[in-house]
Write a protein that binds this ligand. Structure first.
Ligand code: URA
Length: 302
């Protein structure tokens, strides 16, 4: 059964409901489309000697090509940004792959120049250097109270988070809320963000390069919030922010330190991601132990 073989709106609605319940949330065409062929005449007009990349993802194809090699004008005017310190990205044909080293440097510069969370959010919203932005519906910046003592950082938004523009609002978010409630906290007393602020298409794992591009933003976000305690939800958050390659089952339950760019040492507790706990409920007891550690640490620091 395909959408084309269905006749009535009711039949189509039934099919789409089936897709949604099966987790299918990306619409792809049956036959591959050569987007390079579509782009070729336009590139030929612009660039005398275009070099086609070996492979390009759908996300990259959708990214606005001319913005890749230079800083967007609205970013050049961003408050607090010292444009002279932003290195020029190497000149390339418009269709070259994103992200690149120049965009990592730009992300670093932008993040460092933000002196408030609002400024950081503005810089991130205007930043075009991460391909994930072009398949996501919303920037998922944060939720909760930035003046709270606790900050939790997950990996990347999923479908529900992308639609709402808020972290942890789907099934794993509901479990996270229960875990917080169990230690007497909620989103009025804790602050929640992700390493990656844009949903990877189809919830795929972010690439290491995408993570490096987004890393300066989340590091600056932590620095600006300056929580008393950080919780890393899952392996990707722990590995990125605690600079380790150890697996989460080894890391969890042991205090680590996240050191900000300005040298502040923040106690960090790596724990299991709520999505993992939904799949592996037998491990909830481990996360419970970790959250009790967090509660005790917050008490001790009060
Ligand atoms: N998983 C995450 O890591 N972050 C979210 O915001 C939602 C699910």
């Amino acid at each position: 059964m395909t959408a084309a073989s269905l006749k009535t709106p009711a039949e189509l609605a039934e099919l789409f409901a089936f897709y949604a319940s099966a987790g299918v949330d990306e619409a792809l065409e049956d036959a591959p489309v050569d987007r390079f062929a579509e782009a070729r005449p336009r590139q030929a007009e612009r660039a005398p000697a275009p070099v086609a990349p070996a492979r390009e993802s759908r996300a990259e194809q959708r990214a606005p090509e001319p913005g890749l090699n230079r800083m967007p004008e609205r970013l050049a005017a961003a408050p607090g940004l010292d444009v002279s310190r932003v290195p020029d990205a190497p000149a390339r044909p418009a269709a070259a792959t994103v992200p690149d080293e120049g965009q990592i440097m730009l992300a670093r510069q932008l993040a460092a120049s933000a002196s408030t969370l609002d400024e950081l959010r503005q810089h991130m919203a205007a930043f075009d250097g991460c391909n994930l932005k072009f398949t996501a519906k919303n920037l998922v910046f944060a939720d909760g109270n930035p003046s709270g003592d606790l900050m939790l950082v997950g990996e990347a938004p999923g479908r529900d988070e992308d639609l709402e523009g808020l972290p942890f609002v789907g099934r794993s978010g509901r479990l996270l809320d229960l875990m917080l409630a169990a230690i007497g906290l909620d989103r009025t007393s804790a602050y929640i963000a992700n390493v990656i602020p844009w949903r990877p298409p189809g919830n795929r794992t972010p690439t290491p390069h995408e993570t490096e591009i987004c890393r300066p933003f989340i590091e600056r976000q932590i620095e600006l919030v300056n929580p008393k305690v950080l919780v890393n939800l899952g392996g990707p958050s722990a590995k990125t922010l605690l600079n380790t390659t150890e697996g989460i089952l080894r890391l969890r339950g042991n205090w680590r330190v996240h050191t900000t760019a300005s040298g502040t040492a923040i106690p960090a507790m790596p724990t299991l991601h709520p999505a993992y706990l939904l799949r592996t409920p037998a491990h909830k007891k481990l996360a419970w132990r970790d959250f009790l550690e967090v509660k005790a640490k917050l008490r001790g620091l009060a």
